[in-house]
Structure formats: structure tokens, C-alpha cells
Design a protein around this ligand. Structure first.
Ligand SMILES: Cc1ncc(COP(=O)(O)O)c(C=O)c1O
Length: 418
């Protein structure tokens, strides 16, 4: 085992285990059996059921070997936030799998202590980021008497647009801070100037989004850059980490970082299993320290046992099962090895670009390589479907080394430069 992998394993809280296919199947079927059975019991009050059997055959013989498809057909509704303790009892079986999924993400990946967090499987990174901003806006309003015009969402120029969407929905100001064109690191001078300007303009409370790998560059923010500047300007703030892309990559690359619950200034994190984990769409993960979900818990949801504190409302329990099945298939060591293989493949691309004097950005420990658009021919960009930062005026195009980006494909890509 490489030394880097051993260091990462030493942090293991041992929640995340590798299970055999048979063990995974048994666990999921057992969970499904512990949910309400719409057909065999006298359930007449729940406005939900299995998927329509005329369309989704319940008796297909392969289903007995297909736990995920069975969970889709049995269609559990995971409405609510189950870490809060009181949830719909009809789906308690599969909710337990969601809780295990959250434990793996919070404790094993994001170094939270047991029982110190709340969270749920959201529809994706966008929802999880909006959920965070929603909670903090309500906190500032309820605890500090803040007016919406005194609260702003602040992030880097490379941040995903979901932060802008959150600010727009929540009627808050949205501010981006410049990054260095080459290193993609936050421009500290611009950050200081921005904070001074915002204070003058009456902004008192900030919802800061820090990146654990940005969409275009895979760049990683330094939490302490934000903390030092915010404290120096005596700002009231929360820091949310957007790990929608990097949350299942960066913690496994061996680089140290302050973008998880081991950093006292980080209050919440977004992960997204429908990116690097190759789970079905609808598998975002929202995690936040305990004590915050109450700011969005809706007492109007009185027909839902335990009420609802999520943005989405009804959501499929099959999504949580899919994440749990994938993570349990690998275990922490297997996942670390997979990610390190992909990073090494990205490093190989970077080395080859160096040898051709082609300019690019790659964060250490990242599997994204962003190449200067003017240094690469349109033919290569089109042939390999590289994604631009801006379709109308591309300055960068990126390679994202996922599992389907095999060594053979990388070889073909690199040969195209000769
Ligand atoms: C860093 C980052 N945050 C948020 C999102 C939004 O995720 P989703 O499309 O799952 O809503 C993305 C999507 O690419 C992303 O890369």
C-alpha cells in the first residue's frame, strides 16, 4: 500500500467498510423489508405506493438479484431529515441506510465526530448549496435581527453558479472575489478591498462559500485566507464548503486541507455522489453541524412525522441506497486507490503538456486539468469533447479524468499533440 494511502487510512473512523456483493444485497433487501408494505398490509392513508406495476414489472425474475432496482420499484419516500431523530416510520428500514451513508460521508470523509452533524441526501449540489445559504440567512435574521439587504453571499470568481442562484432565490446580494489567473488562489488584496466596500455599503453578515475543487479548474480554496480577512474586518459570517465535485476526490489525494468538519470555522459541506461516485442523478449530500437545521424546520409540515427541514420535500430513498451501495462496494481503501489512480492519470497528462510547453492549471491532488484554450487546437478540443469555461469566448478547456478516461484514451489524446 502506498505511504500516502496509509496516512489517509490512519484517519479512518472505521465506519466505511468494504462489503461483498452478497452482503450488500442482503442489507438492502432487509432494509426494504423493514419499510411499509403497501400490498400486503392494510395501508390506506399514505399518498404513496410502489411504482405502477403495469409499467414497472414487479415480478421480473432478475429483481431478486437487483437491490437498487428493487428499491426504485418499492419507491420509499425519504421526506424529512432523519438525523434529527423523528421521521416517517413507514420508511424506517431504508432511512437507516441513508443514516449510514451520511455517517460515511460526515465521519469518514469529512472528519466529523459521531452525532455532531445533521444532513440528508439532496437532489444535487445545487440544492445542498442553496440549503446552506437558506439556513444561514434565516439564522442571521432570527438570531441577529438582520435585514436581507445586510446579508450577502460571497465566493471566489471560480465558484459554481449555484451560489448565485441561492443568493437570487433568497433575495441576498452576491459577490465574487477575484482569483489569481495562474494559481486560481483567492486574491487577498481584492478580498480585503471587497470586505471594506461591503461594510461601507451596510453588509454585516456573510455567507461564504469555500471550494473543495471548483467546477472548471478543480482549484481548492484556503479556508484560512477567508477566516483571517473576515476576522480582521470584524465580519459576522458562516463558511460553507462546496465539495460537490471535490468531496469524493480531494480528501483521498493525500494533500492536507481545512475544508471539512475538523476545521472549527467550517459549519456545513456539500458533496455530490452523481459526479465522481457515478451514482444516479439525485444524489447530492448536505451536511451541517448540529443545531442549525432548526432555522429551516417547517412547522407548517405538520402532516409529516418529524416535520421537514429540507428544501426538496419528498425524495426517493433509492438515491441514498445507490450511494451506500457504491461506497460499500469499494470501502475506504478501495476508494482511495481508485481516486489516486485517476489523479496519477491526470498527472501524466500534465507532464505531457509540460513537455509540449502547453499552459495549463492543475491543483495538486486533482484529477482536473484545465488547458489554456489558445494553446490547443480546435480540432483536438472537438475530437476529445473538452469542455470550455465559456462556450462563446473560451479561455480554458478542461479534461476531467473519470473512470471512463482510460489510459488508452489518454494515450490517444497525448498522441494528438505530435
Ligand atoms: C463545484 C460544484 N458545485 C455545485 C455544482 C452543482 O451540482 P448539481 O449540478 O448536482 O446541482 C457543481 C456541478 O457541476 C459543481 O461542480
Amino acid at each position: 500500500m502506498p505511504a500516502q494511502t496509509q496516512t489517509i487510512m490512519a484517519m479512518n473512523t472505521n465506519v466505511w467498510k468494504k462489503l461483498s456483493r452478497e452482503e450488500i444485497k442482503e442489507r438492502v433487501f432487509h432494509a426494504i423489508d423493514n419499510n411499509v408494505n403497501f400490498i400486503e398490509s392494510d395501508v390506506i392513508g399514505i399518498p404513496g405506493s410502489r411504482l405502477d406495476p403495469r409499467v414497472f414489472y414487479q415480478d421480473a425474475p432478475f429483481l431478486s438479484d437487483a437491490p437498487f432496482l428493487t428499491s426504485l420499484i418499492r419507491n420509499p419516500n425519504h421526506i424529512g431529515c432523519h438525523t434529527l431523530g423523528d421521521s416517517e416510520p413507514f420508511f424506517a428500514g431504508t432511512q437507516a441506510i441513508e443514516l449510514e451513508t451520511l455517517r460515511i460521508c460526515a465521519e469518514d470523509i469529512l472528519r466529523a465526530t459521531p452525532q455532531s452533524y445533521d444532513g440528508y441526501v439532496a437532489s444535487g449540489g445545487t440544492e445542498a448549496n442553496i440549503q446552506a445559504a437558506w439556513i444561514y440567512r434565516n439564522y442571521f435574521q432570527q438570531e441577529k435581527g438582520a435585514k436581507p439587504e445586510e446579508i450577502a453571499v460571497l465566493c471566489s470568481a471560480d465558484n459554481h453558479y449555484s451560489a448565485a442562484k441561492a443568493a437570487n432565490l433568497l433575495n441576498l446580494r452576491f459577490i465574487r472575489v477575484n482569483v489569481d489567473e495562474d494559481t486560481r488562489k483567492i486574491d487577498k488584496t481584492h478580498l480585503d478591498q471587497t470586505l471594506i466596500r461591503l461594510k461601507k455599503e451596510g453588509i454585516k453578515h456573510l455567507i461564504v462559500v469555500a471550494n473543495m475543487m471548483t467546477t472548471m479548474f478543480g482549484s481548492v480554496d484556503d479556508t484560512d485566507t477567508y477566516v483571517e480577512a473576515l476576522k480582521a474586518k470584524d465580519m459576522d459570517y458562516f463558511i460553507h464548503v462546496d465539495g460537490a465535485y471535490g468531496g469524493f476526490v480531494f480528501p483521498f489525494c493525500g494533500e492536507s486541507h481545512g475544508l471539512d468538519f475538523s476545521h472549527p470555522e467550517i459549519t456545513s459541506v456539500t458533496l455530490d455522489a452523481h459526479k465522481m461516485v457515478q451514482a444516479p442523478y439525485g444524489t447530492g449530500v448536505f451536511l451541517i453541524r448540529k443545531g442549525f437545521m432548526k432555522y429551516v424546520r417547517n412547522s407548517e409540515a405538520s402532516y409529516v412525522k418529524g416535520l421537514d427541514a429540507t428544501l426538496i420535500g419528498s425524495r426517493s430513498g433509492a438515491n441514498a441506497i445507490a450511494i451506500w451501495m457504491i461506497l460499500s462496494t469499494y470501502g475506504k481503501q478501495g476508494w482511495t486507490e481508485k481516486i489516486q489512480t485517476l489523479i496519477e492519470r491526470a498527472n501524466r497528462i500534465a507532464r505531457a503538456l509540460d513537455s509540449h510547453s502547453i499552459r495549463y492549471f492543475q491543483e495538486r491532488g486533482s484529477n482536473i486539468v484545465a488547458i489554456r484554450a489558445e494553446d490547443i487546437s480546435r480540432d483536438i478540443v472537438n475530437a476529445f469533447h473538452l469542455v470550455p469555461d465559456d462556450h462563446d469566448n473560451p479561455k480554458w478547456v478542461k479534461v476531467v479524468v473519470m473512470e471512463h478516461v482510460t489510459d488508452e484514451k489518454v494515450d490517444r489524446f497525448l498522441r494528438a499533440f505530435h
